[in-house]
Design a protein around this ligand. Structure first.
Ligand SMILES: Cc1cc2nc3c(=O)[nH]c(=O)nc-3n(C[C@H](O)[C@H](O)[C@H](O)COP(=O)(O)OP(=O)(O)OC[C@H]3O[C@@H](n4cnc5c(N)ncnc54)[C@H](O)[C@@H]3O)c2cc1C
Length: 434
């Protein structure tokens, strides 16, 4: 028999170590045996029962979900592998980063950005906004808790979530580890022979150490373009590998943000027409990008985003540097040499450093023991938007729609509504006999 004994919610006299500070109501679980195939916690690990949902990840998606739940009176426990909130923004972004989209499209639920913030807040401003958000809702994630496995136990009808030496048992699991959890580094011939420095853009802070150096940036998305621009502004000689076709759009058209304008037009016009309009405007503002070696895909930018999730680059100045020759566009890499690179066209160049702006991937397949809702291939929900926020058995996924912070906020609302509808008196005063 399994007995999960519940003490009154928010009982301050409990002493359950560090967990209770983060979510009052957490209780040690006495699992006498594992009848009917129920799984046990690994030897030596402690089990705690969490009354509300366990949220994995204290990035914007996890925080937004915790806030929405709190507004509905549902407590939750956030487990975060790093030692701070929003670690992607604090630890893995470059100094010059600003929100790519205007602030009104990046607000988390219930809290607008301060009126004196610019249209495109800086990284530091965005972080300060998130810090204030956490204070406002008294959200207290447990830091240094890397979730290494999570599995639904059909016998007890709960999720078993393991982090460090603790097993958290909850009816609901919210996966908020993001689309960008792990940096992607391609394997390229000869890479170990290269004598210069190699890093991923997640470790790049600024161009201070690159002045006068020859730097190759691999990748031409928003990060690749911005790192190149930053290098140029710090007197480095930057080249950028452009392997695939891509859409570059001006960040603003006719004095309005390209994103905002697209959103407005899409209310009235089919996506094909909006794409045509965007491409005409881009041509007028930026000129013919194909002549710079940046070939455009056949499919329009919004259609491509909707079908393949490929985000267009919003230009913040890199294109002018390509036009002026300060950033060189180079083809795909064939192999590394000890001094530099041999390109696909046979040309060889010497470089001091290579920075991979080759993106990120979800880490969900490495820890979630489930392959119905999340794809093992890319770690993203199999169902497309708008059905990608909820799986089976109390599994939820905010922030996986490739729709940025706005998408994460929409998911947070939906998820909290759904969980709150189950969070009833019975749940709150649970005393289970299974
Ligand atoms: C450079 C850059 C600029 C962007 N700019 C914008 C923008 O302007 N506007 C916009 O709308 N979107 C933007 N985005 C996209 C997106 O909104 C952000 O990436 C946002 O941070 C996503 O939030 P998230 O909470 O889903 O994921 P993340 O911010 O990545 O947070 C996930 C959290 O989960 C933690 N975690 C991961 N695995 C585990 C584990 N196993 N156990 C415990 N914790 C774990 C991580 O440490 C992290 O703290 C940008 C993305 C990037 C990379």
């Amino acid at each position: 028999m399994i007995t999960i004994q519940r003490k009154p919610v928010f009982a301050p006299q409990w002493n359950l170590g560090s967990v209770d500070e983060h979510l009052p109501g957490v209780v040690d679980v006495k699992i006498n045996d594992t009848p009917r195939g129920g799984r046990t916690a690994p030897a030596g690990s402690k089990s705690v029962w969490v009354p509300g949902p366990v949220i994995v990840g204290a990035g914007p998606s996890g925080l937004a979900t915790a806030a929405c739940l709190k507004q509905k009176g549902v407590p939750s426990l956030i487990l975060e592998r790093d030692d701070c909130i929003a670690s992607s923004w604090k630890l893995r972004t470059y100094d010059r980063l600003r929100l790519h989209l205007p602030k009104r499209f990046c607000e988390l639920p219930f809290v607008p950005f301060p009126a004196d913030f610019p249209t495109y807040p800086t990284r530091k401003q965005f972080i300060s906004y998130l810090e204030a958000y956490v204070q406002h809702f008294s959200i207290k994630p447990m830091f240094g808790m890397e979730v290494r496995s999570a599995e639904y136990d059909p016998v007890i009808g709960f999720w078993r979530v393991r982090a460090n030496d603790t097993e958290f048992i909850s009816r609901w699991l919210v996966v908020a580890t993001g689309e960008n959890a792990d940096a992607v580094l391609p394997e390229i011939d000869g890479i170990s022979d290269f004598q210069g420095s190699i890093m991923h853009s997640c470790s790049y802070k600024n161009g201070d150490d690159f002045g006068g150096k020859k730097v190759l940036v691999v990748g031409c998305g928003n990060s690749g373009m911005e790192v190149c621009l930053d290098l140029c502004n710090n007197s480095a000689h930057a080249s950028m590998v452009v392997r695939d076709k891509l859409h570059v759009l001006p960040r603003e058209i006719l004095g309005r943000s390209t994103f905002g304008l697209s959103m407005s037009l899409l209310k009235w016009l089919p996506v094909r027409w909006v794409d045509r309009f965007l491409l005409l405007c881009s041509r007028a503002v930026l000129g013919d990008t194909q002549r710079l070696g940046l070939e455009r895909p056949k499919m329009g930018p919004l259609q491509l985003k909707n079908t393949a999730g490929k985000t267009p680059v919003l230009d913040v100045g890199a294109l002018a540097k390509i036009k002026s020759g300060h950033i060189k566009v180079v083809p795909a890499i064939q192999r590394f040499t000890p001094e530099g690179i041999e390109f696909a066209d046979g040309r060889k160049e010497v470089y001091d450093s290579v920075i991979f702006a080759t993106g990120y991937r979800s880490n969900v397949p490495s820890w979630l023991k489930e392959d119905d809702f999340f794809s093992k291939q890319d770690g993203l929900p199999r169902k497309p938007f708008p059905h990608s926020w909820m799986g089976k058995n109390g599994l939820y996924a905010p922030g996986f729609t490739r729709r940025g912070l706005m998408g994460a906020s929409m998911d947070a609302h939906r998820i909290s509504d759904h969980i709150a509808s189950q969070w009833n008196a019975k749940t709150r005063h649970l005393s289970l006999e299974l």
